[in-house]
Ligand binder design. Structure first.
Ligand SMILES: [Zn+2]
Length: 458
């Protein structure tokens, strides 16, 4: 065996917080620096301002950037990195590249609007996105990439389409950056791959201190709320996240309709981003799990049923109001922070026959959270809107592993692990998981602070 090698891991982002993932693995001996993810910081206005700060490292000195998955908190600052001098190669799976492209272009306008409001320079423009795409190379899961003495492999995490953990093999040792770990088994995606021989792990901990409710209930709850709304002759509004959640909901609604379990009412997918992402899901349906593949092959395709209406344009979106009341509207944003769902909420929240279904986490301060907490009067576009519609939350649609399953994931490598770095979580969640890893598995673990450098030996 070769002599030991010293490496540095820098926790530039996603340390002590959920968003803004940005890690560096540095091999000083061979003068190589690899980045994992370059995400947007999301949250309060003050923390979001940090997105505009210069990187604390020199982007031109980075060899390669590996992307775990296409959520904005993992990809949102890639165009800025390229703009600031990164000329290396970006690696990800093909779906991650395609979803990233549509997401980056979509969020560009929102970011530009926020920046103007706060007198900040634009974070990036279309040319930066295009440049990033030209540096972006795709690899399939398990297809090794060799850079110098380092071999890199991507493995399925089952979090969203194309999501991957990044494994670096150096000196016969494995350093794994988990990205976000999926809540397997999921309706569409394959289960998270097991890793049995990691030496170091940089892992997510969004649900590090909580366990999910029974996931089998969620389909029943979805079915119930659709049936009830249609029986009353109302409209069901579903604020949805464009990636994964929307496709899962569509898949389940499609199956319920094909099995005559719910009335055959029109379903409007009213989000240009969700429509674009859904077409990437269709294109890469060979990434789906066995069950979803079976259903796809048995029927006439997936995300394709007579009741489904795609409404990409603003005119089509406005016309939804004039179609008969019994209908389902899926629109972004997931927390009703903006997007087209707001317009539908303005129209249908005052209607006692209609329902609003919340199928995801609602951040404190968001309109979604106010509704979830039972507000009877909300402000939309400066107007006071009475809430007579019923607001229902269903659990179980999380795309993240809960505390027990995160622990289980680590356990598979427990015999080899020297240390686990618990990141991408609120401090309380990360600390709780860290303690569990130490106590239950006897594995050394820590919560790195933002910007911290840690030396490891492999
Ligand atoms: Zn994610």
């Amino acid at each position: 065996m070769a002599t030991n090698k010293k490496l540095n891991i820098y926790f530039y982002g996603g340390a002590g917080k959920v968003t803004g993932a940005n890690f560096m693995l540095e091999d000083l001996e061979s003068d190589k620096r690899f980045l994992v993810d370059c995400g947007l910081i999301q949250g309060t206005r003050a923390s979001e301002r940090e997105n505009y700060d210069p990187f604390t490292y020199d982007p031109s000195k980075i060899e390669a950037l590996f992307i775990t998955h296409a959520h904005l908190d993992h990809i949102g600052r890639i165009p800025k990195l390229v703009h600031d001098g990164f000329t290396g190669t970006i690696y990800s799976t093909p779906p991650t590249k395609e979803i990233s492209q549509v997401s980056l272009l979509d969020s560009m306008n929102v970011l530009a609007h926020d920046a103007t409001e706060q007198n900040l320079p634009t974070l990036y423009d279309e040319a930066d996105v295009n440049r990033a795409m030209s540096q972006w190379q795709t690899v399939e899961y398990h297809q090794p990439i060799k850079i110098g003495e380092t071999t890199i492999v991507l493995r399925d995490t089952g979090h969203i389409l194309g999501s991957a953990m990044i494994e670096f093999m150096i000196n016969g040792k494995k350093i794994v950056f988990t990205g976000d770990l999926g809540n397997s088994p999921a309706p569409l995606l394959r289960d998270t791959e097991e890793v049995t021989d990691a030496t170091f792990m940089v892992m997510e901990s969004v649900y590090g201190d909580r366990n999910h409710e029974d996931r089998d209930l969620r389909r029943h709850n979805l079915e119930d709320i659709i049936e009830e709304t249609m029986r009353r002759g109302g409209t069901l509004m579903i604020p949805a996240f464009s990636v994964e959640r929307t496709q899962e909901l569509l898949f389940e609604i499609e199956n319920m309709m094909e099995n005559s379990r719910i009335p055959l009412v029109p379903v409007f997918l009213d989000s240009p981003l969700a429509i674009a992402v859904t077409s990437v899901y269709k294109k890469y349906s060979n990434y789906f799990n066995k069950e979803a593949t079976h259903i796809r092959l048995a029927g006439d395709g997936i995300f394709k049923f007579p009741q489904l209406h795609l409404t990409p344009t603003a005119e089509q979106s406005k016309a939804i109001l004039h179609s008969p009341a019994r209908k389902i509207i899926i629109a972004g944003s997931g927390m009703s922070n903006g997007g087209r769902i707001i317009h539908h909420e303005k129209n249908y929240l005052p209607d006692a026959k209609s329902n609003l279904l919340l199928a995801g986490y609602q951040e404190v301060g968001s309109l979604g959270r106010q509704l979830q907490e039972g507000a009877r009067l909300v402000k939309i576009h400066g107007e006071e809107i009475p809430v007579r519609a019923k607001v229902v939350s269903i659990q179980g649609y999380s795309a993240h592993k809960d505390s027990d399953h995160l622990l289980k994931f680590v356990e598979s490598s427990a015999d080899h692990l020297k240390k686990v770095f618990v990141c991408m979580g609120e401090p309380r969640a990360s600390l709780f998981l860290t303690q569990r890893i130490r106590d239950y598995l006897g594995v050394d673990a820590m919560v790195p602070s933002a910007g911290q450098k840690v030396e490891i030996e492999v």
